[in-house]
Ligand binder design. Structure first.
Ligand code: PMP
Length: 396
């Protein structure tokens, strides 16, 4: 049977990482992989996470199955963090959440949930979007369509075109929106733009699916959730896929959540029963360790404060890197306007250079980024920014 297989193309980022590891250039820079790194290029374990893990080791009593929904306490706390405890949808008991293996697991659960409700539903994603969105929804048998989003030429949002496309989408379909720190463009909706999108969502009746993989990495935990909170308070149905990989630094623990907002509590219960069935048919039950860490942190006012402080350090470093790169490029005599990088949010921006210039940066300067010129901002540091800006200036 296996002789019928033909090889799948390798993941471009994993290929890039392998090349970077083999490169012996002393000034090599990795701007490919989308994980947070500190000034030393290390992805640290947060101190609050270490404390929570120790507490868990000291107090955990069993490793028995946890059930398809995962930890009830985690589900409640992560829902409160995303939607805000005073959200009308929470007060009306319209939300149900399950723990999932990361944000990716959450998206896959959402995909199978959608397929079960409406096998003909298409999902509309931003152009461009995180590449895995497309593969993941197609793998679940859902047609993926795109709406205009990022204007590569002008480094702006194609907001009018986005709205015009959303206005054609029927109530049968699902629209995927990025809560904050849009991957790959770094271009987020303003609050006013969110309000317009929410108005249109209500008018058209399609189901919004919001992917929140970076809460707290943009402006603040609360501001980054503006769209999620307003949407939940306004529309009848909504899906939220959240991830604790980045903001808790729990990447390999695989923890996230899938939340369903329904029109009333009774419908939410029915939706939960379907969600649990879907989970049971994919991986049966989520891993417990990451959820236990997050619920320990969010359930303790001291640990939560420590987490917020550590999250701010990561956020400030990313935003600082953005401004630092823009200033260095000016200092190195680059006349092209790169100021958009300092205005964008989160882990990524497109440099906006050609694939040939990307290849040249890799070949001649050992600077690694994906062909689209998307850079991972956390890979920049005070130690490498001079070399980076000089190299960009040369290829321009
Ligand atoms: N959504 C987006 C937009 C992402 O960028 C990512 C991670 N790169 C995810 C979801 C999935 O995150 P996780 O690692 O938790 O599966």
């Amino acid at each position: 049977m296996f002789e019928k297989l033909s090889p799948m193309p390798a993941d471009p980022i994993l290929g890039l990482m392998a090349k970077y590891r083999e490169d012996t250039h002393p000034n090599k820079i990795d701007l490919g992989v989308g994980v947070y790194k500190d000034e030393a290029g290390h992805t640290p374990i947060l101190a609050c996470v270490k404390k929570a893990e120790q507490l868990r080791i000291d107090t955990e009593e069993t490793k028995v199955y946890i059930g398809p929904a995962g930890s009830g306490s985690f589900n409640q706390l992560i829902g409160d963090l995303a939607f805000g405890t005073d959200n009308p949808a929470i007060l009306a008991n319209r939300i149900r959440s399950v723990s999932t293996p990361g944000g990716t697991g959450s998206l896959r659960v959402a995909a199978d949930f959608i397929k079960r409700i409406n096998p003909n539903a298409a999902i509309w994603v931003s152009d461009p979007t995180w590449a895995n969105h497309i593969g993941l929804f197609e793998a679940a048998g859902i047609t993926v369509k795109t709406y205009p989003y990022y204007d590569h030429e002008n480094k702006t949002l194609k907001f009018d075109e986005m709205l015009a496309t959303l206005a054609t989408i029927s109530s049968e379909d699902v629209v995927l929106l990025h809560a904050c720190c849009h991957n790959p463009s770094g271009m987020d909706l303003t609050n006013e733009q969110w309000d317009k999108v929410i108005e249109l969502t209500q008018q058209q009746g399609f189901t919004p699916l919001i992917d929140m993989a970076y809460q707290g990495f943009g402006e603040s935990v609360d501001q980054d959730a503006y769209g999620v909170r307003q949407m939940a308070a306004t529309v009848e149905d909504m899906i939220l896929c959240s991830s604790c990989s980045k903001n808790f630094g729990l990447y390999r623990e695989r923890i996230g959540a899938c939340s369903i907002v329904a029109k009333d509590s009774q419908t939410a219960d029915i939706a939960l029963s379907v969600l649990l069935y879907v989970v049971r048919c994919i991986y049966s039950m989520p891993p417990a360790h990451g959820a236990a860490i997050v619920e320990t942190i969010l359930g303790s006012s001291d640990l939560k404060q420590q987490w917020l402080d550590e999250l701010k350090v990561m956020r400030d470093r990313i935003n600082g890197n953005r401004a630092m790169l823009v200033n260095k490029l000016i200092e190195k005599g680059v006349t092209r306007d790169f100021s958009f990088i300092a205005q964008q949010k989160g882990m990524f921006s497109f440099l906006g250079i050609t694939p040939e210039q990307v290849a040249q940066l890799q070949r001649e300067h050992s600077i690694y980024m994906v062909d689209s010129s998307r850079i991972s901002i956390a890979g920049i540091s005070e130690a490498n920014v001079d070399y980076l800006a000089e190299s960009i200036a040369k290829v321009l």
